[in-house]
Design a protein around this ligand. Structure first.
Ligand SMILES: [Mg+2]
Length: 215
């Protein structure tokens, strides 16, 4: 049985926080949204689903969509500037040998896909960005339903990721090298909490070794 390993993108695979914040705040400025001004304001949006976080601070409906489009356009232009976290490309290649990989992100599918493809890492079954659905719960459940009875694990770097993985009914893995960091993730108690990218493949192998030998 090949299990499902579902990765978040920003903060798990790529070190993109500064570019993402700039893109988001520029898009907010363009559309006259002043609810999110600082790095902390921005990071707090990810205590829940990013799009729910935006709605919670007052960005709703068309405005939220306009900010998302503006942010995605800017991120497309910046994608050559950020890079993978050290050890991630190797971990992705190794994981793809024994698992089916999906990327489930709040970023735009094309931004994610073009970056992975440009680095010869088209190892995923599909990239599901916010353009396909803003809810990670629905996307995780949708992927799981395509692979009935296959165990799944979601790897994320924010409190919102862990909450959505938990709600979708999959194993949650928090990574401390991303946007929310170790102390913040410890409070939400993911099923596994990894300190460095070198911990990723051993964690996935442990998860798989605990699976039943059927299927
Ligand atoms: Mg993330």
């Amino acid at each position: 049985m090949r299990p499902l390993v579902l990765f978040d993108y920003d903060g798990v695979l790529v070190d993109s926080l500064d570019y993402f914040i700039d893109a988001f705040l520029d898009a907010c400025h363009e559309h006259g949204c002043h609810q999110v001004r600082t790095r902390d304001d921005f990071l707090n949006l990810f205590d829940i689903n990013f799009y729910d976080g935006m709605a919670k601070v007052g960005l709703t409906g068309k405005l939220r969509h306009a900010v998302y489009r503006g942010m995605a356009e800017r991120l497309k232009m910046k994608s050559g500037k950020y890079s993978f976290f050290k050890g991630i490309p190797e971990a992705l290649r190794e994981a793809a040998e024994f698992a089916d990989i999906y990327v489930i992100s709040s970023n735009d599918s094309r931004v994610v896909q073009e970056f992975l493809d440009a680095h010869n890492l088209s190892l995923y079954r599909e990239v599901l960005g916010a353009d396909k659905d803003t809810s990670k719960v629905r996307k995780i459940r949708g992927v799981s339903s395509r692979h009935p009875n296959v165990p799944a694990i979601y790897v994320g770097d924010t409190t919102g990721d862990i909450l959505e993985a938990r709600e979708a009914g999959v194993i949650s893995v928090g990574v401390a090298w991303g946007w929310h960091g170790l102390a913040r993730l410890e409070k939400i108690r993911p099923d596994h909490l990894l300190k460095t990218p070198a911990d990723l493949v051993p964690c996935l192998r442990t998860f798989i070794s605990a699976l039943p030998l059927t299927g």
